[in-house]
Write a protein that binds this ligand. Structure first.
Ligand SMILES: [Zn+2]
Length: 149
């Protein structure tokens, strides 16, 4: 497997908020082209962020669709979105995982701007929202009207 490109970043927060500036919202054409290349590489899973401490972080948007672990992470992230307030457009929110450990107990949500233990949230969801399926179905916004007898 090819080793991913490493994008230097001061911190996960600094990287994920660098684009939150009024001038970029008003005129996206002002966003540096090099940044767009970095997002594209991250979201394609071809690049990781490298922090000053040497840790490497991959975007949840770049996770491959295949593989049991990755599917579990995708479910965890979906559950996280149900548990915490998130913008309607972020489905799911972009999260950063340690590229070397894929540790779901310390995952950075770019929207909440903090780390979460997704495994603990999963257990919390089970305790407060009932069976997992309920929360995930409700999220899709579709009303189940067909009562098949
Ligand atoms: Zn979040």
């Amino acid at each position: 497997m090819e080793s991913p490109q490493e994008i230097p970043a001061d911190s996960l927060e600094a990287f994920s908020t660098r684009i939150d500036r009024p001038e970029y919202t008003e005129n996206p054409a002002l966003i540096p082209g090099a940044w767009l290349d970095e997002y594209e590489a991250l979201w394609a899973g071809r690049a990781v962020l490298r922090l000053p401490d040497g840790s490497r972080w991959l975007s949840s948007m770049g996770l491959p669709a295949e593989g049991n672990d990755d599917r579990a992470i995708a479910r965890y992230i979906k559950e996280h979105r149900v548990l915490r307030p998130h913008a309607a457009w972020s489905h799911p929110p972009e999260m950063f995982l340690n590229a070397d450990t894929l540790d779901v107990r310390r995952v950075y949500c770019t929207e909440c701007r903090q780390f979460f233990d997704l495994e603990a949230e999963w257990r919390e969801a089970e305790a407060t929202l009932g069976p997992r399926g309920d929360a995930l179905d409700a999220q899709d916004g579709e009303t189940e009207t067909d009562d098949e007898a």
